[in-house]
Design a protein around this ligand. Structure first.
Ligand SMILES: Nc1nc2c(ncn2[C@@H]2O[C@H](COP(=O)(O)OP(=O)(O)OP(=O)(O)O)[C@@H](O)[C@H]2O)c(=O)[nH]1
Length: 431
């Protein structure tokens, strides 16, 4: 091809264009025309650019045979998109995306290439990629485990950290929703599933739950789990949900033991006075609403001071623990024994009438009296005096019942100890 084709309109049309435009001679790849952006991108003058070809300017096209191959593809796949690097006159490279079309002008075939400088785009892509890498690193290496649930097929990505948390090696944990649901603690599963469903249905802003999850060894970890729907389909139906799982076993254990400490007596492990009073109040409430009776036994160890004095306070403590264990043997499942304070205990017998409450008191007294043969404490007989009061005969509320039982207990002590006494009508009136 000789000379530049007469294209005056092209100068006007393409002169102000931001993208570089080159008209190429297909056989040699020589540039036969370029717009302003075309020659400035290469650091050349309008005349100098005509001395160049794709082979001299494109770093990624090496040699005529390769150009021949590319030209063949351009002819069949027009427009052809190519990402490469242009060589600037001063030596630096300009990353470009080139879109080339093939066309005929009269008898002559031409390639028209539009090259866009993609330096900025690549820099952004690179930065995004870096950020994504960092994000993944942070998510996977953080103490929390990550999960990513595809609702369309119930596949779940469990992050390496999540797998490690549950004791699984790489590739061991099946990436399915069933792996998670199958390891939920049966007592927690209904609540957790409900919370999840409520979030998916849009009734909860986010899903959050604390529950037990079985690890690879079959032990349960306590976990804190929270997540959100991240993608929805055109109809608004959730298609993807992501979340984080944290192992909170240590914290939960401390919390649970504090809770049980708060409700139980530190020395004997029996429910403490606060818990016992709450229980009594609830039972009395039930009696009032539904009718029925309830027995209350006030149990006071006899001459306990003597045990302390003779054998020491630590042995006294040991005796109190033994007494607590004895209740376990003497009581019905529905009865509750709790420590009232010092060497005093209370037994609540829900739904017991006078006779039944009396029998419970006798059983407790006898079980304690068995002690010399059973225990190894060598403190001699440990006996108790017990005052028994019954709702509704001896009192309508906890205060009145305690007063009546206390009066009966006093009589038991006076009468010689190691015995049970039933409250009397006048005890109720005195309360
Ligand atoms: N070892 C020990 N002793 C306790 C505890 N709480 C109270 N005591 C002791 O229990 C004793 C109760 O003494 P008292 O109230 O005189 O009653 P008692 O000696 O059992 O005489 P009675 O009137 O027959 O019951 C005191 O010596 C208290 O120090 C405890 O937690 N551990």
């Amino acid at each position: 091809m000789s000379g530049t084709p007469a294209l005056p309109a092209a100068e006007v049309l393409f002169g102000r264009m931001a993208d570089a435009v080159y008209l190429l001679e297909p056989l040699t790849s020589r540039i036969v025309w370029a717009n302003r952006a075309g020659w400035t991108m290469l650091g050349l003058s309008p005349e100098e650019v005509l001395d160049h070809s794709v082979l001299s300017l494109q770093k990624d096209v090496v040699g005529a045979p390769q150009w021949g191959d590319i030209a063949a593809v351009i002819r069949t796949q027009s427009p052809y998109v190519f990402v490469g690097r242009h060589r600037h006159r001063d030596g630096h490279e300009v990353p470009v995306e080139v879109v080339t079309t093939c066309f005929l002008l009269g008898e002559q075939e031409y390639f028209l290439s539009v090259a866009r400088d993609v330096t900025r785009r690549l820099a952004i892509e690179h930065a995004l990629h870096e950020r994504e890498q960092q994000l993944w690193f942070a998510l996977n290496e953080a103490a929390d485990g990550l999960w990513d649930w595809d609702l369309s097929d119930d596949s779940v990505f469990f992050s390496p950290q999540l797998q490690r948390m549950l004791g699984y090696g790489p590739e061991e944990m099946r990436p399915l929703l069933g792996t998670w649901t199958g390891n939920l603690h049966p007592e927690d599963a209904p609540r957790v599933q409900r919370l999840l469903r409520e979030h998916l249905d849009g009734r909860r802003v986010r899903y959050e739950a604390e529950y037990r999850l079985r690890n690879r060894n079959g032990h349960y970890l306590w976990v804190h789990d929270h997540g959100r729907v991240s993608d929805r389909d055109g109809a608004g139906k959730p298609t993807r949900m992501v979340g984080m799982l944290q192992d909170i076993t240590d914290r939960k254990m401390v919390q649970l033991s504090l809770e049980s400490l708060a409700a139980s007596d530190g020395l004997t492990g029996l429910p403490n006075r606060r818990h016992g009073e709450d229980f009594l109040a609830a039972q009395l409430d039930r009696c009032r609403r539904q009718g029925g009776s309830l027995g209350l036994c006030l149990v006071d160890l006899d001459h306990f001071k003597r045990i302390n004095d003779l054998h020491g306070h630590l042995t006294g403590d040991e005796v109190l623990r033994w007494v607590a264990r004895t209740f376990g043997r003497a009581l019905r499942r529905s009865d509750l024994a709790f420590r009232w304070g010092g060497e005093e205990f209370v037994v609540i017998c829900p739904e017991a009438d006078l006779d039944q409450a009396w029998q419970v008191a006798q059983r407790v007294r006898e079980a304690l009296a068995m002690q010399p043969r059973e225990n190894r404490l060598q403190v001699g007989p440990v006996t108790a005096s017990i005052g028994v009061a019954v709702y509704p005969q001896h009192g309508q509320d906890a205060l009145a019942l305690f007063a009546a039982a206390d009066a009966a207990l006093y009589r038991a002590k006076v009468a010689g100890r190691d015995r049970c006494e039933l409250a009397r009508a006048e005890d109720a009136a005195a309360g």
